[in-house]
Design a protein around this ligand. Structure first.
Ligand code: TYD
Ligand code: MG
Length: 454
């Protein structure tokens, strides 16, 4: 039997089908299936060898100057970009609707324009009047930013081609409409086309392009990962509703370190920079309380102190709750398991809640020990000694592993008035710079020393 020719391919996951459908069975995305010519069609496949032109090869040791950068003068933004904006780079800023992306980018547009760049701000979401009103409210009305409210990608590209700005900001790629793509704005094919066209424009003309992308429910920038791999830099703008803090995080950066964060606060007058995030994240902290532990973390290149809060209570349910905000749920399960099996401290029948204060999200394993300390402190209803910070990784055997940048963590803690650090033994000899160091090699001795149990 002849194989059916598969001519419909999902543009999101690559699954192939023999007929079109609205929803891809492979990845569940809508409107991603498009007709494609099968590879075997046309002249028989020919071997590629020997038919091309020779490509020039160069040494790695060429004396390449670092890319010239323009700083906006907003330190929290410049740092996340890797030290300023690089010409011809494509940047994607993702985030939940309403988190403050348009506000951030309008402020960035004004800042870059004031530092001498020619900036065009294209809004596909708001009318020019709305953007002008916002600029007025933010005190940015006098910044030399050129504004357009447009969604037609062809017209936008023509305009950008004529104007040759140093920076074009497009808010958002979900509203852009390419007339050569058959599907509706916001669909994967449209988003992909828009991101592709804007990225090529950046590369061809040397303009930097910043695109806004709304994040879908499951936390991905719509037009799934397709857009992320096209651009040079991916930033996420995060924050918890009900908190004023906003964190701009670089998850990919071809021109700088990833995992760098910038911290802002949403105020009535727009986003204000937070230059000392540790003070901010600890600001609501009162007296030392059971379940509360300060973790000395590293975000990107900066140490940041955050408070971890745990609550452990008898569970009315047959299956006790494990609830985490701001940390990894499976990592919490691991630490509970290590506490149970290596230190003999059961959590069965107890509900466990863990929260990172201030809407911060932590992904470092260095927080393990601080999490264990918060859980124990909550369980034993006994507060840690005051002015203590905790950090260290826990292995499945219950051993404590040293973590990187211990010295920076200690310095930041000391700067904020902490006097004691509980941390793993070993690693690069960390000098405490006036801090009292309580170094331990395994979780059992930690439990014994700090809580007199175990
Ligand atoms: P916005 O930038 O429109 O979010 P996004 O582009 O990510 O959808 O900002 C939305 C919220 O920010 C809105 O609910 C109001 C608030 N906001 C302030 O609190 N202060 C301000 O100065 C501005 C401009 C917005
Ligand atoms: Mg917006």
């Amino acid at each position: 039997m002849a194989k059916p020719t598969l001519t419909f391919v999902c543009q999101s996951c690559g699954a192939a089908f023999s007929k079109w459908s609205g929803r891809c069975d492979g990845c569940g995305e809508w409107n991603t299936i498009a007709e494609e010519k099968p590879l075997s069609e046309g002249p028989a496949k020919q071997a590629l060898g020997g038919r091309g032109r020779a490509v020039t090869l160069t040494d790695l040791a060429a004396n390449e100057a670092p890319p010239p950068r323009t700083a906006a003068g907003l330190d929290e933004l410049d740092r996340v970009l890797g030290g300023g904006l690089v010409p011809a780079s494509a940047v994607l800023v993702g985030g939940d609707p309403g988190i403050g992306k348009s506000t951030l980018l309008l402020q960035a547009a004004a800042a870059f324009a004031r530092s001498g760049l020619k900036v065009i701000y294209v809004s596909g979401e708001e009318a020019s009047a709305q953007v002008r009103l916002r600029a007025q409210r933010l005190g940015l009305a006098d910044a030399p930013v050129q504004l357009a409210a447009e969604t037609n990608l062809r017209d936008i590209l023509t305009t950008l081609d004529n104007e040759r700005p140093d920076l074009a900001i497009v808010d958002s790629i979900q509203t852009m409409w390419a007339d050569n793509v058959g599907s509706a704005p916001g669909s994967v094919s449209q988003v992909r086309a828009a991101a592709h066209e804007l990225t090529s424009f950046a590369k061809k003309r040397g303009s930097a392009v910043i695109m806004v992308g709304h994040v879908t429910k499951d936390g991905q920038i719509a037009g799934p990962r397709v857009v992320e791999h096209m651009v040079d830099t991916v930033l996420y703008f995060e924050g918890e509703r009900g908190h004023q803090f906003r964190i701009l995080r670089s998850v990919k950066n071809r021109f700088g370190p990833a995992d760098e964060i910038g911290v802002f606060e949403m105020t009535g007058g727009g986003l204000a920079q937070v230059t000392n995030p540790s003070a901010l994240f600890l600001s609501e902290r009162g007296q030392p309380a059971p379940g509360s532990v300060v973790f000395s973390g590293i975000e990107g290149t900066r140490p940041v102190l955050v408070e971890l809060q745990a609550l452990v209570a008898p569970s009315p349910h047959s299956q006790p709750r494990r609830s985490v905000v701001g940390w990894d749920g499976s990592r919490l399960a691991m630490i509970l398991a290590v506490l149970e099996s290596r230190c003999g401290i059961p959590f069965a029948g107890l509900d466990v809640y863990l929260n990172v204060a201030g809407g911060m999200k932590i992904s470092e394993p260095a927080a393990d020990l601080a999490v264990a300390a918060a859980l124990l402190s909550a369980r034993e209803d006994s507060a840690l000694p005051p002015e203590t910070v905790v950090f260290g990784e826990i292995s499945l055997s219950g051993a404590l592993r040293p973590v990187g940048q211990a010295e920076n963590r200690l310095k930041e803690a000391q700067k904020l008035g902490f006097s004691t650090a509980i941390m793993p033994k070993g690693g690069k000899a960390a000098k405490g710079a006036g801090m009292k160091l309580s170094q331990m090699s395994d979780l059992t001795s930690f439990v014994g020393d700090v809580f007199g149990a175990g």
